[in-house]
Each structure stands twice: as C-alpha cells, then as structure tokens.
Ligand binder design. Structure first.
Ligand code: MSS
Length: 363
C-alpha cells in the first residue's frame, strides 16, 4: 500500500506526496507530514469513506442542500442557506478514525492498516446544533440520542440498514456539535462531507457524518448495522453487538512526528502531537530510551481548545547511538497514555506508547 498511486478523481486536489493510499476510499497522511502549526492542511487530511463518494453534483448549489431536523418540537427541513442565518461558530477538533493505529496491533484485523495518519486537526465553521434545536422549539420528549444520516445514494438491491452511514451519539454531545459548511477556511470539500457535515467534537471520526441529510433526536440508537454491530469494542473473535461500548469519545494519545529517520548528533528537535480526546491534554513527556526514563516536553503554538491537538517539543542534545523515541500524554482527568493497548477485535485506536515509538540512530 505504501507506494504512491494516482489519486482518485474525488481527491485529485490532494497532496499525493504526503499521503499513503490504502484503497480508493482510504488515504492516510504520512507520519511527519502535517507540519507543526497545529492545523492540518486540507490537502493532507486523511480520507475514510465507508461508501463511495457521492457525485460532485451535490456541491453544485451548496446553499440548496437540505437537512431534516427531527425529534424537536417544530421539526423542519432546513437548507444550508437557512442554517447560515441561524448562527455561526468555529471549533477546532481532532478528526481521527476509530481504526487509527490498527497496523500496530499484532492480531490479524480486517480493514485499512492505518498507522498514525488517520488523524488531523481541523477548524470547522458552521451553526451550533443547539442553536438549530432552539430555533425549532427545543428537544421533544425522549431525545436520548442525536442520530445523523449520511446522504450517499445507496446501491439498489441491498438492505438499506446494512450499509447506510447513520450514527447515534448521546444527546449531550449536541452541546458542542456543529453542522459545518467550512473546513479550515475553505468551503467544505465534497470528499470531507460537503455541502454539510455533522461535527461531534471529541468523538471518533465515524460519528462526524458527511453530506448529512437528517439529524434526529431519537429515543434509541439507530439499528443501522454501522451502529448496532459496527464500531463496537469487544475482545478478539467476538461479534459486534449493541451492548458493547461504541466508538464515541476518543482517548488520550500522542506520537512523535520528528525525527523519524537517522539523525546527526548534537542538538535535535523532537516534536509531535498530543490530544486528550474529549478532554484537554495537560502534559506530554518524551522518552529517548523506549520508556525507561521520561522528560517533560513543552507545548508549542496556540491552544485551540480542548478538542484540538497540541504540538509538543523537546530539544535534546544527542550523542551518537541508538534511540527509541516515544511520547506519553496525560489528559486533564489524569488519564495517562498506556504503555500498550489491549487487543480488540476490530483493532480500534491503538494508543500504546510502546509501538508508537520510533527507532532512530544518531551518528
Ligand atoms: N460519513 C459518511 N456519510 N460516509 C462515510 O463513509 N465515514 C466516517 C466519517 N463520516 C463516513 C462518514 C469515518 S469511519 C471516518 S473516520 C470519517 O468520516 C473520515 O472523515 P474524512 O473527512 O477524513 O474522510 Mo473511521 O472512525
């Protein structure tokens, strides 16, 4: 998967040199791409599509795109044009695939063998969902979950519930959620969910439904397969089921993005990214000896809020030798990134600092 192939049409505008193409529907950002200025450029942000991308025609008249809002006292279908008139807010979030790090597990897993690059830090602009709910008379009774439906055209002859991208999150997530039409200052690219995308800060990628056509406050979680049995954390060999934890809030994580290769001795800038998932990241430590000893790193760049990641830096004076460089983040609740991650059937979110380490020879 590692060699560069020609990018498919819907992402032809992306920076092929910075990406690894696993399949036409899954592109990973190379480790070390993305830069140190907090925000990941759109050209480098990973792609994960469970279904083929919709046709370009859905972004021809962006303001005309419709989303139906249900489970409120005054349910209505609103256009993007109308949403733009209700309110605007901007939020920075880490967008990370549930399977980011799958390639670090030792057990056999199906799905893209992502390493660190199914993640980016992005500024989204749109209308706060809570403002839309307010505008439509508030939540109706029994709205326990916020259920978002993707606008893909489904192929004929398949059971809709088996393939539709429809995700439920606890209704409280609405407090921070945004219906976004802008990504890092550009109109939302089709590949990332234009004309309109549900952004659920602090939650795994799958909950950030693209080309969203329906937002319903529902009593129960959707019975769509992608929710009922997909994206469920369970032991290796066990089938997915609704009583297992869903891939909702993200966990504390960090990794080094430089140096990745052999280095010259003397002063070396060691940096990477760290985030707390749905909590702020408080601290990052760096180890040069595979976790034997740790030193505090400092954060660089502006703090864009608790859902963003923070680039970190440790300046070290390195003698010639072999180093195993890794990082360990702590969130504001004191959760520390673990040494290794328990295997789970689908290989979700590997956050162990052991296998996220890089081996560097200094000469
Ligand atoms: N949405 C829709 N509509 N469809 C699809 O497919 N996918 C998911 C999300 N959303 C989808 C959606 C996933 S799964 C992810 S990660 C994300 O998205 C991604 O994003 P981008 O923009 O990067 O591509 Mo895993 O957890």
């Amino acid at each position: 998967a590692a060699e560069t192939k020609e990018l498919p049409d819907y992402v032809s505008w992306k920076d092929a040199d910075k990406l690894i193409m696993h399949t036409e529907q899954t592109l990973e950002m190379k480790r070390g791409a993305g830069g140190t200025s907090v925000i990941t450029p759109n050209e480098e942000v990973y792609i994960r599509n469970n279904l083929p991308s919709p046709d370009e025609s859905i972004v021809a008249d962006r303001d005309a795109w419709e989303v139906s809002i249900e489970g409120v006292n005054d349910p209505r279908t609103l256009t993007v044009g109308e949403l733009k008139n209700i309110g605007i807010e901007t939020v920075a979030t880490v967008l990370q695939c549930s399977g980011n790090g799958r390639g670090f597990y030792e057990h056999e897993t199906s799905g893209s063998q992502w390493l660190t690059g199914a993640a980016g830090c992005i500024l989204w602009s749109g209308v706060p969902v809570r403002k839309v709910v307010e505008e439509l008379g508030g939540l109706a009774d029994g709205g326990n979950f916020m259920t978002s439906t993707g606008g893909e055209q489904l192929p004929e002859g398949v059971e809709e519930k088996d393939i539709i991208v429809e995700r439920s999150v606890p209704a409280e997530a609405m407090e921070n959620a945004i219906l976004a039409w802008e990504m890092n200052g550009d109109e939302m690219p089709l590949a990332h969910g234009g004309p309109l995308r549900m952004i659920v800060p602090g939650y795994y990628g799958i909950n950030n439904v693209k080309y969203v056509k329906r937002v319903a406050f529902t009593e129960e979680e959707t019975d769509a397969k992608i929710q009922a049995s997909g994206y469920r954390v369970r032991p290796v060999g066990v089938d997915g089921a609704p009583d297992q934890p869903s891939m909702w809030e993200m966990q504390v994580k960090s990794w080094v993005t430089h140096p990745l290769k052999d280095s010259e001795s003397g002063r070396v800038q060691i940096y990477g990214v760290a985030f707390g998932g749905d909590k702020p990241v408080e601290k990052v430590e760096v180890s040069l000896d595979g976790g034997e000893s740790w030193q505090d790193a400092s954060f660089i760049g502006p703090d864009l809020g608790r859902f963003a990641w923070r680039p970190f830096l440790l300046t070290a004076d390195l003698e010639p030798g072999d180093y195993v460089i890794t990082s360990r983040a702590t969130d504001s609740d004191g959760n520390v990134q673990p040494e290794s991650t328990e295997p789970n059937h689908r290989g979700y979110d590997y956050n162990g600092w052991d296998r996220l380490a890089v081996e560097v020879t200094v000469v």
